[in-house]
Design a protein around this ligand. Structure first.
Ligand SMILES: Nc1ncnc2c1ncn2[C@@H]1O[C@H](COP(=O)(O)OP(=O)(O)OP(=O)(O)O)[C@@H](O)[C@H]1O
Ligand SMILES: [Mg+2]
Length: 177
């Protein structure tokens, strides 16, 4: 199984990666985001929402307290933040398990490593890490796909080329998660 990685030099590059992913995703797809505080997860979701034609003026923010936002995008975009959610039964109680997997929209989950059992097996996992003021992003498909479609697209403006990552897979927990 392979993961690919690149360095995102600034917030615009993180947003542009979200834009690129948003143009490639289909209803039913889920993105699982992993990475410490301030690593750029919401910035990536902002690009994703832009690709899905979010109406001007609608804010995209971490739904830390509400757990889940749904945006009025071309394809419904469900933005989930698991930072404060206890366990899978809480996710079931608020209908999150069904909503994330109903196939009508695109789901994106911040702090996905906190509740990996919520994430469908074919999700795209994305880890963001701080690296000298920039961010390293590592992407892998949960079901072992080779991500050729993503490697064929140059990383966003000013980012370095994709490299095959030898590091741990994005879903493997770290102490910062
Ligand atoms: N590639 C990058 N290089 C430098 N700064 C970046 C990059 N990507 C995003 N940022 C900046 O990092 C800060 C935190 O971004 P963001 O809020 O998206 O992080 P987050 O992972 O969602 O945080 P939280 O865990 O609190 O929800 C913002 O100021 C954003 O502009
Ligand atoms: Mg956030």
């Amino acid at each position: 199984m392979s993961a690919i990685t690149t360095l995102l030099p600034d917030a615009a590059a993180t947003r542009a990666l979200g834009l690129l992913l948003g143009e490639a995703l289909f209803p039913g797809d889920v993105l699982a985001l992993v990475g410490p505080l301030g690593s750029g997860k919401t910035t990536l979701v902002q690009g994703l929402a832009e690709a899905l034609d979010l109406p001007a003026g609608v804010p995209v923010q971490s739904p830390t307290f509400t757990v889940c936002n749904e945006y009025p995008t071309r394809v419904p975009l469900l933005h989930v933040d698991l930072y404060r959610l206890g366990d899978i039964s809480e996710a079931e109680d608020i209908g999150l398990v069904d909503r994330l997997c109903d196939g009508d929209g695109i789901g994106v989950v911040e702090w996905a490593g906190r509740l990996p059992e919520l994430i469908p097996p074919n999700a795209l996992w994305i880890r963001l890490e701080h690296e000298e003021g920039q961010r390293r992003v590592t992407v892998a498909e949960g079901d072992g796909g080779e991500l050729r479609w993503l490697q064929e697209r140059s990383p966003p403006g000013g980012a370095r080329p994709w490299m095959i990552s030898n590091a741990a897979m994005p879903w493997e927990p770290r102490s910062s998660d």
